[in-house]
Design a protein around this ligand. Sequence first.
Ligand code: SF4
Length: 362
Amino acid sequence: MDKQEIITKLQSYGLRLGSSGNLGGRRGGAGPSDHRAVTVEGTTVMVPIHTGTARQSPYVAEAEGHQLALIEDPSKPVATIDFPAQPRFYQLTTADGVPYWKIALLHGRDVLATTVQQTCKRYRDPATACQFCAIEQSLQEGRTLARKTPDQLAEVAEAAVRLDGVSHMVMTTGTPPTLDRGAAYLADCARAVKARVNLPIQAQCEPPADFQWFEQMRRAGVDSLGMHLEVVEPEVRAQIMPGKAEVTLSDYFEAFKAAVEVFGWGQVSSYLLVGLGDSVNTLVEISARLIDLGVYPFLVPFVPISGTPLAGHPAPSPELMQAVYRPVAALLGQTGMTAAAMQAGCAKCGACSALSLFEQSS
Ligand code: SF4
């Protein structure tokens, strides 16, 4: 099995921690999360570990001497793996006593990730909430702050660059009940970080009502932008994200066009969650439309998160993932658009997807 195949399977099936795997001191992250960063033969990816699917996974991490082996049941070693060490900046606290890990987390290998506002206008009403979303869960469990201040983010970003060598930053936000859809606060946060440390930043939000916010974010120091379609077919949108489905696909495409004019070709991206009902054809067609506009289609396997309405929904099979990765990687290859050329963001990090591995081999 090659690395591309191992990672695709691991992201679909998840990983169990074996009885002999002494992982206590090697687990990164602050508090429980359903994904964990795992380095598979030198490539760091996010893999479901605490999900129902992962508990049934054929893949187990077992200690073998000083190394960890990925074992495919019953006893076939398929790769050497490792868990990235906890970053140094997690040890620090702000002057007013807030641990840095409540402000931003290390994602993948070298990305600082934060949700600048941890509440969303759609989350508390089941009639509008996105079924896959857990945005306020970590807030309720006391693992994060409702709103991170620009100064707090700048302080943590400076430390994460200095102590842990992070090379870009992702700032996402829950959607506030304002027409800028969070763009104004993302701009404030980006401005504060850039004043303190030279770190490429991706902002992520819903399309703002007025596209002048793209220019404002750009001027504030945002280098690339994510606006996430998540799912595409009308019935799937209505079922999976009944509130956000009110923002039509044509609203999104108008926003993509305007955003590419500001951030540049290949510097805007969109999450597409595979496994929630969209067909392979739909996913490939929408990816082709996005690429035509200069937008990177960031295909990721849906991961069922505990405590959400979709906790029991099956993860997509590796075959389904390969069926979308292959043609979309070929389309990317035809245009020369690459994850690596993005200045910042999820597509550049790539840890939640195997698309960039397929991109490299297409
Ligand atoms: S792809 Fe995005 S969400 Fe996933 S680990 Fe990287 S920065 Fe975090």
